[in-house]
Design a protein around this ligand. Structure first.
Ligand code: TXA
Ligand code: MG
Length: 322
């Protein structure tokens, strides 16, 4: 978007209208929550989600939290069982993110969850955030609004200081009340697991559940690896940097020189487009390889710049799973 970046939006109807308009066009708007400022984009718009990773300069694709205005909207994207519903009733809106199964065909970009089958979701308590999300109507993917490796932003000035030139706008709602990220809970394990301590004390959740949570480093209630964000990996062997694939391979292309590729992440060599296609194309090509009995997925070279670093990081992990 051609304007001086970022626009600073005021905490009123005009500011909210503008933020929603930017989200609908696929732009990036930082907004306040009760925990920290989030760097938000439409969670169903793949290139917009890719732009979040690009703006943060993250060297990998960590799954993101989706933010919604109400439970009805949350249920369009995440599957709530009885326990999840009770947790939501007690602790939402508030600083608790629940890791829940994704609703099939929810429309969420697979880049939001880095290809996982679960999604982190929360309803923030900040009234401005809820008005904003309510008017948007959908899910907003938002990591903390800081460059990778820096501390989270709790004022609009922090956001501008860290990400100023890389985002479209920041909605200035003053300082965040809690100043600490949300608590992340995985309710489906037995016992439910605390994946990240945060703004809601674990003891409060334990009092409600009448049970101790599983935690990292807790010998009595350890976290099993399956409860952590394990990365999606294709079942078929994957090889990177392949310029001319062997006959027994399916070819995942990148750029204009990949005539004959099974799928092309971005024929015009656009890394944002490639990132937004990455997880869905990996799933598709893996399925096709299995169906056709092909033992190898060959991936064309991807430049190690910008989002290419995160794409290559993901492919390296997949290649190492052989
Ligand atoms: O308070 C907060 O949570 C802030 C505000 C903006 O809402 N957001 C935030 O997002 O802290 P971020 O991206 O900095 O941290 C999200 C964390 C990551 O550590 C990620 O690994 C975890 O959530 N996460 C997201 N989806 C997950 C999933 N499906 N399974 C396990 N962990 C997940
Ligand atoms: Mg963060």
């Amino acid at each position: 978007m051609a304007h001086s970046r970022p626009e600073i939006l005021t905490a009123d109807t005009a500011g909210i209208d503008r933020a929603v308009a930017i989200w609908r066009k696929g732009g990036l708007v930082a907004f306040p929550t009760e925990t920290v400022y989030g760097l938000g984009a439409d969670a169903c718009n793949g290139p917009a989600v890719a732009a979040i990773y690009q703006a943060k300069g993250r060297p990998g694709f960590n799954p993101l939290i989706i933010h919604v205005a109400d439970l009805k909207t949350a249920e369009r994207f995440a599957v709530f069982d009885d326990l999840a519903r009770r947790l939501a009733a007690v602790f939402w809106p508030g600083p608790l993110s629940l890791i829940l199964p994704i609703v099939p065909d929810s429309g969420l970009s697979p880049l939001v969850t880095a290809g996982l089958k679960t999604v982190a979701v929360r309803i923030p308590a900040n009234p401005l955030a809820r008005r904003l999300l309510g008017q948007f109507g959908g899910a907003v993917a938002a990591p903390s609004a800081n460059p990778s490796g820096r501390i989270s932003a709790t004022t609009a000035a922090h956001v501008i200081d860290g990400l100023g030139g890389r985002i479209d706008a920041v909605l200035d709602g003053g300082a965040c009340g809690i100043g600490l990220e949300s608590t992340i809970l995985y309710p489906a394990s037995n016992p439910p697991a605390l994946l990240r301590p945060g703004g809601l004390a674990a003891e409060e959740i334990e009092r409600f559940l009448h049970h101790r949570l599983a935690r990292r480093d807790d010998p009595l209630h350890p976290l099993s690896p399956g409860q952590l964000a394990t990365h999606y990996a294709p079942r078929t062997t994957l090889r990177m940097n392949v310029k001319s694939p062997p006959k027994n391979a399916l070819w995942l292309g990148f750029g204009p020189d990949c005539a004959g590729a099974t799928l092309n992440l971005s024929p015009k060599s656009d890394l944002i487009e490639a990132a937004s296609n990455l997880f869905s194309f990996l799933h598709r090509i893996d399925k096709q390889a299995e169906a056709e009995g092909k033992p190898l997925i060959a991936v064309a070279p991807i430049p190690e710049t910008g989002l290419g670093v995160a794409i290559n990081d993901r492919l390296k992990r997949a290649a190492a799973m052989e």
